[in-house]
Ligand binder design. Sequence first.
Ligand SMILES: [Cu+2]
Length: 150
Amino acid sequence: MRHRRLPAVAALSVVALLLGGCVSGGGDESASAEGAPSADVRVGLVDYSFTRSAGALLATTVTLTVTNAGSTDHDLQLLDGEEVLGATRVLAPGEEQTITVDLSGLEKVTFLCTLPGHEEMGMVEDVDVVPEPAAMTSFATHTPQEEFAR
Ligand SMILES: [Cu+2]
């Protein structure tokens, strides 16, 4: 399952630019999104961003139910740096695919749509990965992420 990311190397510099230039603008609001950290998360692909049923993912085997809720083709690739952890096929509008990824030991993953131009239009997002439920009681009132953000 561990293979190199497929798109051209030229795209990597774009990633670097986006991460360097845009994270302060768009990263934090998504990190504080909706639900509690979960290992069973619904992901929506829209034009041109991602929606999630949980604000963070658990650092375990995670099931992602990915639905293309947009009006054009999209896919979802999960990356740890440049390493592809999992990916859907290209989904037409309305299509859905469930993928399972192992996030053990990770603290962050990147969601990416690999269709040409979509990354540049906003379909790249860092998502926090948090430890499993043993730590969840303290997570509710005190999270490292919150502390880090303030
Ligand atoms: Cu897309």
